[in-house]
Write a protein that binds this ligand. Structure first.
Ligand code: B3K
Ligand code: ZN
Length: 844
């Protein structure tokens, strides 16, 4: 397979002025007629005419009305064309029913739908399938199905047909079509300039009463983008469709977002608080793409973070405004530190803007998305809120209707704020997590902090340059009062000192407040100082982080030499739990322990080889110690925090439930499951049932509850996904493989549906001690399933293969077993480009 390089970018020889498509839908033989007006690109003298295409059966092709026979070349076709503008027409046949890869035009439960990002449009018709070719589309759909949707505004319909017109130029990856027997949950939105937009969420009959929450989220997003970014919606309609078979979360097609049904459908009895929050965020994310992604798109796929990093940043801002900003920041920072640092420190590490790829779908990563969003946050910290708003306005004004680059984005910031961002730009090209070490000096009222930054080598990048790091720092005096409020220090050199004068006593520093940069902070400190910060820090993120560090030191000690948690941790935790001035959601975050995977990561970073069984046992011992020390407090919280009245998924009630349920999980470790059984029996919402069931499964109990859940929900696919995931993910380590294998034989294990596959196989891989069992059979199990899925759905198989990215952490035996599995995959015939690239990178 061929590697594509950013350095090889060349502008398209031909631009598209207009696209007209007609779809004659039939399950195994859909006809697609295209009529495309091409004009020469004045920016280049190259006139080669190449169209992408994959798996297309061509019935006819014409240029300016005359039949032509294009030449087949790798990845598409070429033809001889006139010197000036011309019209290309083709008729092709595709097989949606046979499309198991779920990319291009495919079928899900009798409904037609599409997924074109990144390169799926070429499976629908011949086209220059690259994001820098933008055009208005007109689409006609012919089918007997009652609902026929595409991008843009409705432009007429009749018996067996409908037409759509999208006036906004867009790249082909934003094309979408849906046809099916669907029902709509409808609403309207009046934009800031007074235009009325018809909103629709389209679902299968029976699901229409689970759309209200998503609809409210959509309207809130539309309003928020107007108020905060001044961005108005630009079509007469906005439709969302829920699809059961989907490779990812959702897709921002212009005017016609397509969603994994798991991220649209929600009712109190079927969705948890976490799902409600996620739905709100993803609805917002896809909607926000209308400006950051669609109106201004990416020149090429290397620029993916231009739309994804920015749109994630925007959805994070939205959630902070809708819910608790402190809690949201802690959740995002925690995701960075666990999953993104894991990627950045392993064999799959790559820059936020990668420089090469084999399969672009493999680069929709947590680095591009979440670290990409952190870069936006740092930019904003460096230029200030006003500078940020000015720069973003300039970016929109300059590039509306265009396909832009990171250079364009940064140029808008440089011009709007007068700041030189050349060093900052390194964040986009340099992979790996910078490690920041700190030393302190105290003399005559002057306190000096000296920082040293170092980015470890990553695959293909050995030499690293110093980065610009905004460091938000505050200082506390020994009484716990803040003597220096949050100040942003700008570090630009490898080593740099900052001094604070006129202090009466040696301060305690609070560094990297609000996670002001995506770096690993390495500072020699004591549990006593951590407990002090947990009690006194005014910055919620650092307050939480102090508790986190205490928990981690207790957990790593328990996992290495069986030491019991010390008083600094247990007492500090108790005080935090009882502090009624603290938001319950915040207290829940302090109470929930790092996962076994995170403990393994921490041990590895400290130079110790993690032992999965010891980590599992150590974590349980720490849970028991906490429960033993604070039984009364936890019991009180579990009882008192349950919200009263009808279920509401808002931040306050969800926060209270998360504290109650975090308490329940710990209490279940010592009460034999009594409270969890009572809660499960009485629960009137999914959050409470799942928390109770999970607490029971985690102590090796809950057989009856699991059966009850199964029998009650077997007809509900999304609720059953959760069941598969919980059973595989929480089964006691020694039983996890057997349980999972048994579940894989369950008649409802529809492994071709990505949600179900991810629930079971991903759930098992999340069972740290079960997956990493010493005999390697956990690795074999996952490998067998990856190889089974790959020929049908390469994208989902490749995504799942990341469970092996941490192989380098473990002992030689386990490393050998994982590498043998990766080599078995690599040596398989007809492996997909997707999975092939992933295993090659992991093997190094
Ligand atoms: N842009 C899509 C992701 C497409 C993934 C293609 N493999 C959803 C999103 O980020 O909003
Ligand atoms: Zn996105």
């Amino acid at each position: 397979p061929q590697t594509i390089h950013l350095a090889d970018y060349a502008p398209p020889p031909w631009l598209v002025e207009r696209v007209e498509l007609t779809f004659r839908l039939a399950p195994t033989a859909t006809r697609v007629l295209s009529r495309i007006r091409f004009v020469p690109n004045p920016a280049t003298s190259d006139r080669r005419f190449f169209l992408h295409g994959e798996g297309l059966k061509t019935l006819s092709a014409r240029i300016d009305g005359a039949e032509v026979t294009p030449r087949e070349v790798p990845g598409g076709i070429e033809a001889d064309v006139p010197d000036g503008a011309f019209t290309w027409e083709a008729e092709v046949e595709v097989d949606p029913a046979g499309n198991t890869a779920l990319e291009g035009l495919y079928m899900s439960n009798g409904m037609y739908c599409t997924q074109c990002e990144a390169e799926g449009f070429r499976k629908i018709t011949w086209y220059p399938d690259r994001p820098d070719v933008m055009a208005p589309f007109r689409v006609r759909i012919e089918s007997d199905l009652p609902v026929l949707l595409s991008n843009g505004n409705p432009a007429g319909s009749g018996d067996g047909w409908a037409e759509w017109d999208d006036p906004w130029p867009k790249p082909a990856y934003l094309f979408a079509l849906v046809a099916g027997d669907l029902v709509a949950h409808r609403d309207t939105f009046v934009t800031m300039s007074g235009r009325e937009v018809a909103l629709g969420i389209w679902v299968r009959a029976g699901d229409e009463d689970r759309c209200a929450f998503a609809m409210e989220a959509l309207k809130a997003s539309m309003r928020w983008d107007e108020e905060v970014y001044g961005r108005e919606y630009d079509l007469d309609v906005f439709n969302i469709v829920a699809v059961d078979d989907f490779n990812m979360g959702a897709m921002e097609n212009k005017g016609l977002n397509i969603f994994n049904s798991a991220l649209v459908l929600a009712s109190p009895d079927t969705a948890t608080d976490a799902t409600f929050e996620r739905i709100e965020a993803v609805i917002a994310h896809e909607y926000f793409h209308n400006w950051t992604g669609n109106r201004v798109t990416c020149r090429d796929w290397f620029q993916l973070c231009l739309k994804e990093g920015l749109t994630v940043y925007r959805d994070q801002q939205f959630t902070s405004d809708m819910r608790s900003a402190a809690v949201k920041r802690i959740e995002d920072a925690s995701l960075m530190r666990t999953r993104q640092f894991r990627e950045d420190g392993g064999p799959l590490a790559h820059p936020v803007r990668p420089e090469s790829f084999v399969e672009i779908n493999n680069f929709y990563t947590i680095t591009v998305y979440e670290k990409g969003a952190e870069l936006i946050g740092m930019l904003k910290r460096l230029v200030g809120d006003d500078g940020y708003r000015k720069a973003v306005d300039l970016y929109f004004q300059r590039h509306d209707g265009e396909a832009a680059t990171i250079e364009d984005w940064l140029a808008a910031f440089e011009e709007a704020t007068g700041r030189d961002l050349s060093q900052f730009k390194l964040w986009y090209s340099q992979a790996g997590t910078p490690r920041l070490t700190v030393s302190e000096q105290w003399e005559d009222g002057t306190y000096t902090l000296t920082f040293r930054q170092e980015t470890p080598p990553t695959p293909g990048q050995t030499d690293k340059q110093p980065l610009v790091i905004p460091l938000a720092v505050g200082l506390l005096n020994p009484n716990g009062d803040e003597v220096v409020p949050t100040t942003v220090l700008e570090m630009t050199k490898e080593e740099q000192s900052f001094t604070f004068d006129g202090l009466a006593s040696r301060p305690v520093p609070s560094i990297l407040r609000n996670f002001s940069a995506p770096v690993r902070l390495d500072r020699a400190t004591t549990d006593a100082e951590r407990a002090f910060l947990l009690a006194h820090d005014t910055d919620p993120y650092n307050k939480w982080d102090a508790g986190r560090a205490l928990a981690m030191s207790a957990l790593t000690a328990a996992a290495t030499d069986g030491t019991a948690p010390g008083a600094d941790y247990l007492d500090g935790l108790g005080r935090t739990l009882r502090d009624e001035t603290l938001d319950p959601a915040f207290r829940a975050l302090v109470l929930s322990l790092p996962s076994e995977d995170e403990i393994a990561q921490a041990l590895h970073a400290a130079g110790t080889t993690p032992d999965p069984d010891a980590i599992h046992a150590g974590r349980r011992a720490v849970q028991e110690a906490i429960a033993g020390a604070h039984e009364a407090t936890l019991a009180d919280l579990h009882e008192r925090m349950q919200p009263t009245g009808p279920y509401r998924p808002d931040a306050d009630d969800a926060g209270r439930r998360s504290l109650a349920n975090a308490a329940l999980a710990l209490l279940t470790r010592i009460d034999g499951g009594a409270r969890a059984r009572t809660q499960f029996a009485a629960a009137d919402n999914m959050t409470q049932s799942v928390a109770a069931l999970a607490a029971l499964l985690a102590i090796g109990a809950g057989e009856d509850q699991s059966q009850t859940y199964h029998d009650r929900w077997q007809g509900e696919r999304l609720v059953m996904d959760r069941w598969f995931g919980l059973r595989a993910g929480l089964a006691p380590a020694e039983q996890a493989l057997d349980t999972t294998q048994e579940l894989a034989r369950h008649p409802a294990f529809h492994w071709k549906t990505p949600n179900r596959f991810r629930a079971l196989v991903g759930g098992f891989a999340n069972n740290h001690a079960g997956f990493h069992r010493a005999d390697g059979r956990g690795y074999e199990f996952v490998t067998d399933w990856l190889l089974k899925l790959d020929p049908l759905n390469p994208q989902t198989a490749a995504g799942m293969s990341k469970v092996f990215e941490t192989w380098g952490r473990y002992d030689a035996e386990r490393q050998g077993k994982i590498r043998a599995c990766l080599r078995r995959i690599a040596g398989t015939d007809r492996l997909s480009r997707d999975l092939g690239e992933m295993v090659q990178r992991m093997l190094g």
